[in-house]
Design a protein around this ligand. Structure first.
Ligand SMILES: Cc1cc2nc3c(=O)[nH]c(=O)nc-3n(C[C@H](O)[C@H](O)[C@H](O)COP(=O)(O)OP(=O)(O)OC[C@H]3O[C@@H](n4cnc5c(N)ncnc54)[C@H](O)[C@@H]3O)c2cc1C
Length: 392
């Protein structure tokens, strides 16, 4: 029987490729995706970019996936972290940590396009697309799903990789808990007068954090979080006015901000599934937890879900056991618990500290920034987190 994956986003596709790679196609995978993947690439929607930690790239390498993404990835060689209005800042350099980069940035749409080509050629994977699961039955020995065109699939395990508003979680009665941040993110590609030379910028303001990540052709990927009213105004304003306002907040580190691509807005919330496993079901990626984008940890955490799931499956394959039995589910749950809790706590804490207006916290973060930049051990902790090396 197959492993059924719902959701052909970056997490679902990466998991399907990982299983195909690990078993040379012997473990069958049924991947179901609602949107027409080929049409997705022909739309004008530019999508967003994501920063991958060095550890994530290593994991993708181990799964034989990184070689498909590396040609479109841009190295982060330096990170500048600042707080608008405060004199201190933190600078992380790859050379200080004896690495060639602190991470990479990929444009999600380009990455998905490449992975889809790989997916279509990978052994053991059947793609059902565009299709939706309309019925799920989980029996003692298998999971049975019916697609919207009435095709029936049988598997040992159903993996929900269907994103933040996971239908599978709803169908299977998994509760979601969330904190809605009083902000939304504007995402756009910015062309600048000066080349970024691998510099990423993270800037905290009283209205919300802003990140500029280096991407191909000398451009930078902007994620700008603001109060809902400000963001709506910024979204609807002219390109010229948008760039003027952005320049005021971001400053001149990349010279004039010359041009902006199409703007897109994303609501911001931290969302966690009440449980990431249930009978013959595992939730991974954004379906299990959706984080604030500025901390740049959503996919980095999702790839760790995938690695833990592969470790779990390997044990089942080795012992010729059913992949979706309760031992497998419990083992996976144990592997994920601490990492997920810790990443969520750090991400949420970071956003709250740096977007808080109260005087105590303003002073605290001013002192904090100064201390962090002058005490190498503390800066080192931030760098290790960025690199994806902070251990539980
Ligand atoms: C602005 C922004 C910036 C970000 N920056 C970073 C970053 O720098 N670093 C980082 O690590 N992360 C970042 N993230 C987070 C990262 O993008 C996500 O964690 C990651 O893309 C989630 O992938 P996913 O496949 O789990 O979910 P999704 O990308 O949501 O994919 C889910 C897929 O499932 C499909 N689907 C939905 N419902 C069904 C259904 N019922 N049946 C079948 N298929 C279904 C959807 O069509 C979609 O293709 C950022 C996020 C945002 C919004």
């Amino acid at each position: 029987m197959s492993i059924i994956i719902a959701g052909g986003g970056i997490i679902g596709i990466t998991l399907a490729l990982a299983i195909s790679h690990e078993t040379q196609g012997k473990q069958l995978v049924d991947l179901i995706e609602t949107s027409d993947l080929d049409m997705r690439f022909s739309s004008d929607d530019p999508g967003h970019s994501i920063a991958l930690s060095a550890e994530t790239c290593k994991k993708l390498s181990a799964l034989n996936i990184w070689s498909y993404l590396e040609p479109i990835a841009t190295k982060i060689t330096n990170i500048h972290i600042s707080d608008r209005g405060l004199p201190s800042s933190i600078v992380l350099n790859a050379t200080d940590y004896n690495v060639s980069s602190l991470g990479y940035v990929i444009e999600l749409k380009s990455a998905l396009k490449r992975l889809l080509i790989r997916l279509k050629a990978a052994p053991g994977i059947s793609l059902y697309c565009p299709n939706k699961i309309s019925y799920v039955e989980r029996t003692k020995d298998f999971v049975h799903v019916i697609l919207d065109d009435n095709r029936k699939l049988y598997g040992t395990l159903l993996v929900a990789a269907d994103g933040a508003s996971s239908d599978i979680a709803k169908i299977c009665g998994i509760k979601k808990y969330y904190i809605q941040y009083p902000q939304i993110a504007i995402v756009a590609t910015i062309s600048t007068q000066l080349a970024h030379n691998g510099w990423a910028f993270e800037r905290f303001t009283t209205d919300g954090p802003l990140a500029m990540l280096p991407i191909r052709n000398g451009r930078s990927a902007l994620v700008w979080c603001q109060s809902i009213s400000n963001a709506q105004a910024m979204y609807h304003t002219s390109d010229q006015e948008f760039l003027i306002q952005l320049q005021k907040i971001f400053g001149w580190r990349l010279g004039y901000l010359v041009n902006t691509g199409e703007r897109k807005i994303y609501p911001l919330k931290l969302q966690i599934a009440g449980q990431n496993v249930s009978h013959r079901l595992i939730l991974i990626g954004d379906a299990a937890q959706t984080l604030h984008p500025v901390a740049g940890q959503g996919f980095n955490l999702g790839i760790r879900d995938i690695m833990s799931l592969i470790d779990t499956l390997k044990i089942a394959w080795k012992n010729e056991r059913d992949e979706g039995d309760s031992r497998s589910l419990q083992y996976y749950q144990k592997l994920r618990k601490l990492d997920v809790q810790k990443t969520i706590a750090i991400t949420d804490g970071l956003i709250n500290i740096f977007s808080n207006r109260t005087t105590v916290l303003v002073i605290g973060r001013m002192v904090g920034m100064a201390i962090i930049d002058h005490i190498p051990q503390l800066r080192n902790i931030i760098a290790q987190w960025t690199l994806g090396r902070l251990k539980n």
